[in-house]
Ligand binder design. Structure first.
Ligand SMILES: N[C@@H](CCC(=O)N[C@@H](CS)C(=O)NCC(=O)O)C(=O)O
Length: 202
């Protein structure tokens, strides 16, 4: 049995989207979390060791970290075609995107949000490299890996949607985000994302 621990309007929203893309048989457990503004509280029912989301349990085994959950879930549903088989070179490219997202892209976005890129040339350089890499990959499109929509589009695409105003003006980003928003699974996931107030009342 699969259970996703999810808080509305958070990093776990992208896993709700992935569940919809995969057609996964996964229970969604709505949780409260401590938000950036200090509101909310740790949910005692959430098994994440830091009280964060997302967390996934599979027959009692706990998996955390968005990228790990995404790779794990897409591996359970190979027929959905969001990943590649072990041993294929495309899987190597896909894993590169997945680890790059957490190791390079997310820190670069945070340094833009905090203003660090205006004071630190190395932070600026990393941010510019991240933006250049994305624009180059998405130039042809329609997806990060070309014609095939993959789990990397869910993880990286959701970060671009969330952080759009911290990215440079580019029709490449705008068109990509518009394509993502038109996906039926994304529309279903938005409807399922939930209401922060209700998780607190629960
Ligand atoms: N690296 C983690 C980050 C998870 C994370 O920070 N989640 C936030 C929600 S966006 C959270 O649960 N915060 C609650 C807290 O810090 O206690 C991942 O991507 O899964």
């Amino acid at each position: 049995m699969l259970t996703l621990f999810h808080a509305p309007w958070s990093r776990s929203s992208r896993l709700v989207w992935l569940v919809e893309e995969l057609g996964a048989d996964c229970d969604i457990r709505y949780c409260d979390i401590v938000r950036g503004d200090g509101t909310g509280a740790r949910d005692p029912g959430n098994p994440h060791p830091d009280g964060k989301v997302p967390a996934l349990t599979h027959d009692g085994a706990l998996i955390t970290e968005s990228g790990a959950i995404a790779v794990y879930l897409s591996g359970l549903y190979p027929q959905a075609g969001l990943g590649f088989p072990v041993g294929s070179t495309e899987r190597g490219r896909l894993l590169t995107w997945m680890f790059w997202a957490s190791g390079e892209m997310e820190p670069a976005f945070w340094s833009a949000i905090s203003g660090e890129i205006d004071a630190d040339p190395l932070a600026r350089r990393r941010y510019d490299q991240v933006c250049d890499r994305l624009i180059e990959a998405l130039w042809e499109g329609p997806w990060l890996m070309g014609d095939r929509f993959t789990v990397a589009d869910v993880i990286i695409g959701s970060a671009l949607m969330w952080g759009r105003r911290h990215l440079p003006d580019s029709p490449v980003f705008d068109r990509y985000i518009a394509r993502l928003n038109q996906r039926p699974a994304k529309i279903r996931a938005d409807a399922r994302d939930g209401d922060v107030a209700l998780t607190r009342a629960a």
